[in-house]
Design a protein around this ligand. Sequence first.
Ligand code: PHE
Length: 364
Amino acid sequence: MSETEALQARLVGDIEAAGDLDAIEALRVGALGKAGTVTGLLKTLGGMTPDERQVEGPKIHALRETVTAAIAARKAALEGAALEAKLAGEKLDMTLPATDAPKGSVHPVSQVMDELAEIFADMGFAVATGPEIEDDWRNFTALNIPETHPARAMHDTFYFPDKDAEGRAMLLRTHTSPVQIRTMMSQEPPIRIIAPGRVYRSDSDATHTPMFHQVEGLVIDRGIHMGHLKWTLETFLKAYFERDDIVLRLRPSYFPFTEPSAEVDVGYKQERGRRVVGGNGDDEGHAWMELLGSGMVNRRVIANCGLDPDVWQGFAFGVGVDRLAMLKYGMDDLRAFFDGDLRWLSHYGFGALSVPTLSGGISA
Ligand code: PHE
């Protein structure tokens, strides 16, 4: 056996016996690396006579190819085996019953927001959003709440220590109404939007949490009046509570950003310790409960957004999403909404696949 043949037999034997990828790499360096045995043989070609080279050249090159191929084959086999072992270790029996598997559920607030989006989409409303960190111009000033206005104090605002680049005070929005400003400044009327989201006020008891959810409604068009507002709210509440006997009472009120303003009450009846919405609040056994704030968008707010109030009018409303959820699904403590207690969530939560649709029944 020639030296080349002996080396080939030894190298191929070692390669085939290599037990892991590190061993293969060591063999590769030992044979084909800069100081490797095969590389060394290749270097001897330079010192040979042409005749010798004609005989030895092909043999040495064949040796290099054989060794390279053997390494590649062994490497592939080892990698395949490693993958098989990994897959076997990660095997999951899909036929096992999912008794102890964790089960997620949709939070009632998310569910109600989905219900609202579905109901208002049917009336031609798009969903708009705005940031929870706002500036005081959009949260107050543009909404006709000037610096000295008592409404600023009423809102128990969380302020940030620093002002923004334009020198405006930054705060956690105290209501979703700044989305009215953002929408009117970025879209051409006609506008029909709802804006659900988180709002913040420094307040905390059984019915108030420092963070809660509102949904804002805004319509801007020509010739809009309070009748459109009342019809829209009535249609929305009938769809939301899934009953036709919803009776509204519009009570004169005051918001700086609407004029005239109306607080909207809804008739309800006390049944088995909870309020059930429906019926005329003046009827026997019924009462009124305040549900939302609303009004015709103040001319000043429309003008603040660069629109001509002689051309464009509209209405706006704001309602607490958490409150809506409590009324429909019967929770009595708002704080539990944000405790993250799994027992509460699995009791009041909704299946991820029960998407609200008007055709399927909004809460089905
Ligand atoms: N932003 C008001 C609030 O938070 C609600 C409201 C919205 C009232 C729109 C009128 C119009 O109390």
